[in-house]
Design a protein around this ligand. Structure first.
Ligand code: GAP
Length: 460
């Protein structure tokens, strides 16, 4: 789909992310490849912080959750059971003139605001005709919609035939469902409990775009929470509250977050209720960061029937056997980081110059503290090196020895470093250094031996 005009602030953020080592275009030296993006050294650190905050909140801090790391390539029967082989498709429309290909439902949404995800092909065609929607590339006429499968196909083993076909997982969730009984038995879990997983998922999306918002390879953080049938709506509320709290704590502005309930027509084949947590992106559209779905016992039942193995749970008190219902909060790492970057990017006028700041919360920032010796002279590095070694043992830290102090501040403002410490010639006598705060630009002169405790108080 033709990418919407990118707002200036987003263009600036993209160029900052490249310049400062956060996000690179994938295969850049080959002119890029299929809208793939690579995390640079500092982008990796932000992703780790996002994952760690998620794991700490939802796994480590709870008694009713355990983790899992299942395979990306699975038995193809998993996808037969889950329904993905039959129904994981998008309605594809092709331009008769330029042969550009687009997802019909997304084109309609862009033109009319109507959401036709999951609707039959003839309805997509009817809406395209009725609203006179043309090719977004060349204005040509669009052909009839057809189904396009979103799973990436591959072959396992040396022979490429029908018997060796396998798929890259399009969601991490199914690895949790087929491992349900193994996890429950080995860990002696009692319903209600959840299994959490972080990992890559792959979808051969027809349309990508808006930078890293929709890509073909992305990372999910998913929980399948198993509950007694009849209690799923209470748990649905619980997971909505927890989700909101997670994003708020990471630093997203609550004014730019909302819940959107799916209409009956829009629900996925497995869902009885879904609500998306959406964020208002700079391209002036709401976009999904997380989906909370009530999946009933659909997946466990399907896997039980397809595999012929019982996945029933026996209540230890009543001895009643049943298939638990499932509430699924499903998050995306890439979109979370994108929202955090968009929300944190600021430009301020300071003494006639533009200061660019990535005002990330310290927990999310890729580097927490930077040490600047005013010069590389031995009498200063004799102070700055041991200080840096001490700090880097406690927090992600950087030593920056080149350029004027002003330039070094600007570099670190742009990557969101909350504290910068300058060791100057006075430090030799007074055994103090200047701690500069990113957001206020205020400076404190702090005794060298007190700096770790001072930062500990601020950073925790
Ligand atoms: N297991 C349920 C599931 O996969 P989904 O709404 O299709 O539900 C969940 O995906 C989350 O995964 C989304 O909220 C989004 O954050 C992320 N996601 C999905 N498709 C994506 C894509 N093509 N690129 C980046 N992130 C994506």
């Amino acid at each position: 789909m033709a990418s919407e005009t990118e707002p200036a602030s987003l263009q600036k953020l993209r160029s900052l992310c490249k310049r400062r080592g956060l996000i690179f275009q994938g295969s850049e030296i080959y002119q890029g490849f299929a809208n793939q993006w690579d995390w640079g050294p500092l982008g990796v650190e932000i992703c780790r912080n996002v994952r760690e905050a998620w794991w700490n909140k939802f796994v480590t801090s709870r008694n009713d959750m355990v983790g899992l790391d299942s395979s990306i390539i699975t038995s193809p029967r998993v996808w037969e059971a889950s329904g993905h082989l039959d129904s994981f498709t998008d309605p594809l429309v092709e331009c008769d003139r330029c042969h550009g290909r687009f997802p019909g439902d997304k084109l309609i949404e862009q033109e009319t605001g109507e959401d036709l995800a999951g609707h039959p092909l003839d309805e997509i065609d009817e809406h395209i005709r009725k609203n006179e929607i043309a090719c977004p590339n060349c204005g040509g006429e669009l052909g009839e919609a057809r189904r396009f499968h979103l799973m990436f196909k591959t072959h396992v083993g040396p022979v490429e035939d029908e018997g060796s076909v396998a798929y890259l997982r399009p969601e991490t969730a199914q690895g949790i469902f087929y491992n349900f009984a193994l996890v429950q038995n080995s860990m002696r879990m009692r319903v209600p409990f959840g299994i959490a997983q972080i990992g890559k998922a792959f979808r051969n999306e027809i349309t990508t775009g808006n930078w890293i918002f929709r890509t073909r390879e992305f990372e999910q953080m998913e929980i399948e929470f198993f509950v007694e049938p009849g209690t799923e709506m209470e748990w649905f509320d619980h997971w909505q509250e927890e989700t909101w709290d997670y994003f708020r704590t990471l630093g997203l502005s609550e004014d730019k977050m909302r819940w959107r309930e799916h209409s009956e027509d829009e629900l996925s084949h497995y869902s009885s209720r879904t609500a998306d947590l959406e964020y208002y992106f700079p391209w002036e559209r709401w976009g999904e960061l997380q989906g909370t779905a009530s999946r009933t016992d659909y997946d466990l039942r399907q896997h039980q029937e397809t595999s012929g193995q019982s996945l029933e749970y026996q209540d230890p008190m009543t001895h009643e056997k049943y298939l638990p219902y499932v509430v699924e909060p499903s998050f995306g790492v890439n979109r979370t980081v994108l929202a955090l970057l968009c929300g944190a990017y600021r430009e301020e006028e300071v003494r006639g110059e533009t200061r660019v700041v990535l005002a990330l919360k310290p927990d999310v920032a890729p580097c927490k503290v930077a040490v600047f010796p005013l010069s590389r002279k031995d009498n200063l590095t004799a102070i700055s090196n041991p200080l840096f070694d001490d700090l880097r043992r406690r927090w992600p830290a950087m030593l920056d020895e080149t350029g004027s102090i002003g330039k070094r501040y600007r570099r670190h403002d742009e990557i969101g470093t909350p504290y910068c410490i300058t060791v100057d010639f006075d430090s030799i006598d007074d055994r103090k250094a200047t701690v500069r705060h990113r957001d206020t630009m205020e400076q404190d002169r702090i005794a060298l031996d007190r700096i770790p405790a001072y930062l500990e108080e601020k950073l925790g």
